[in-house]
Design a binder for this molecule. Structure first.
Ligand SMILES: CCCCCCCC/C=C\CCCCCCCC(=O)SCCNC(=O)CCNC(=O)[C@H](O)C(C)(C)COP(=O)(O)O
Ligand SMILES: Nc1ncnc2c1ncn2[C@@H]1O[C@H](COP(=O)(O)O)[C@@H](OP(=O)(O)O)[C@H]1O
Length: 363
């Protein structure tokens, strides 16, 4: 295989991003919302989006035609999908994914340290017990449900623990003050009860019971997945790139429409006013929408429609590039804000060796 400039870019993008992220993290401290829309709906469902865009490009650029490259693409996709699945997902409900096996084999476990067991006389929730208020609340609810479900004829102390958690859920405070039990006793009671009922060997199961993963070496699942996704999309771009560029250049009509309708919309009375003073409420938004002259409204709808058609139907390579950029950006954020360097490196390496082999040997 000859080493083109593109190949150098493909093979070095993720390792270089990790390096840059590490350097930036020395100077910048980032607070990232784990439950933001990008992470929740896109990165955490990343293999779905990547498959969809990858295969859609394959279909639209004639990959399934007589001279299509679908057989090779399918082989590469199948290898990457199997590896993604084995590394991050449970093959069956009792089995742990590989990344969680590494974690438990290196001393990690699912913890249920709910209450702060420092010397403080007042009962409070342990700061390490999940990182935001809403995550804490939902984890307390999961824990409450798990304890109620698991304990048939629970001993009094465990009953106390359940009712204490119930109090924290409904009142935001506890009621065991002054009773003859300490926070650390309750913690170990909850911990040993749950660990004796179930073999908690995956982060998914741990979270579903309200616990959190501590200790051990936890290879970054995000870095693993994003590296796999970037390499798949950029790797397949090689196969469709030339054709996609040719198609992109033939859409003069769209550019002409964009210029015409775009100029009309931009010069519309009140447009810049709308940009400068965006509506604060939904009501205002619809009121301002109603003020748009009908012919301009029609042009706006046509513009949105033809842009969607231009991107999704005629030139899905734009989607491929947008998604690759989205994944790359999330990779950078993950390398700046999450995990230790070694956990980032192991996540990267586990994806890189397989994706590297696939795009080195199977192209
Ligand atoms: C598929 C056959 C190809 C034939 C081609 C026919 C053409 C059809 C055209 C389009 C079809 C599109 C196919 C879509 C199939 C998609 C299949 C899926 O992948 S569905 C599952 C999606 N799941 C995910 O993406 C989850 C990803 N998330 C994770 O792995 C983890 O959450 C994490 C590693 C990111 C983090 O783990 P955590 O424990 O730390 O939270
Ligand atoms: N780019 C990103 N944006 C938001 N959250 C991220 C992120 N990268 C990682 N995380 C979060 O950091 C935690 C560790 O990720 P991972 O082990 O997969 O690398 C995960 O938390 P949760 O699993 O609690 O949501 C994940 O959602």
């Amino acid at each position: 295989m000859e080493l083109s400039l593109y190949k150098i870019f493909l093979f070095s993008l993720c390792p270089l991003t990790l390096l840059v992220g590490q350097l930036v993290s020395f100077r910048v401290h980032l607070e990232v919302d784990k439950d933001g829309w990008l992470n929740t709906y896109f990165v955490k469902q990343g293999w779905f989006w990547t498959s969809l865009v990858g295969w859609w490009c394959m279909i639209r650029y004639g990959g399934f035609g007589p001279r299509g490259t679908w057989k090779r693409t399918l082989l590469r996709y199948a290898i990457l999908t199997v590896w993604w699945f084995v590394f991050t997902q449970s093959l069956w409900s009792e089995a742990a994914p590989l990344m969680d096996m590494v974690f438990t084999a290196t001393g990690g476990r699912c913890s249920f340290e709910v209450f702060d067991s420092s010397d403080s006389p007042t009962w409070s929730i342990n700061e390490k017990f999940h990182d935001t208020f809403s995550r804490r609340q939902s984890s307390l609810q999961k824990l409450y449900a798990a304890l109620k479900k698991g304990a048939q004829n629970p001993p009094t102390l465990l009953q106390n623990a359940v009712s204490e958690i119930g109090y924290w859920i409904s009142e935001g405070k506890g009621h065991l003050r002054g009773e003859d039990v300490t926070p650390s006793q309750l913690n170990s009671l909850i911990d040993s009860a749950l660990h004796s009922w179930k073999k908690i060997n995956s982060s998914y199961l741990c979270r579903s019971l309200g616990g959190y993963w501590i200790g051990g070496h936890d290879p970054s699942g995000h870095i693993f997945l994003i590296t796999l996704m970037c390499m798949f999309l950029l790797g397949e771009l090689q196969a469709i790139g030339k054709r996609a560029l040719r198609v992109l250049k033939t859409h003069n009509r769209y550019w002409q429409q964009l210029r015409e309708h775009g100029t009309n919309v931009l010069t519309m009375g009140g447009f810049w006013n709308l940009v400068a003073h965006p509506p604060a409420t939904k009501k205002q938004f619809f009121k301002q929408l109603g003020l748009i002259p009908p012919n301009i409204g029609l042009q706006l709808i046509q513009l949105i429609g033809s842009t969607a058609r231009f991107i999704v139907w005629d030139n899905p390579v734009v989607l491929l590039v947008l998604f690759t950029f989205l994944w790359w950006w999330s990779l950078l954020i993950t390398t700046i804000a999450f995990h230790t360097l070694w956990e980032q490196l192991s996540g990267l390496l586990c994806a890189y060796v397989v994706a590297g082999f696939v795009y080195w040997k199977l192209v």
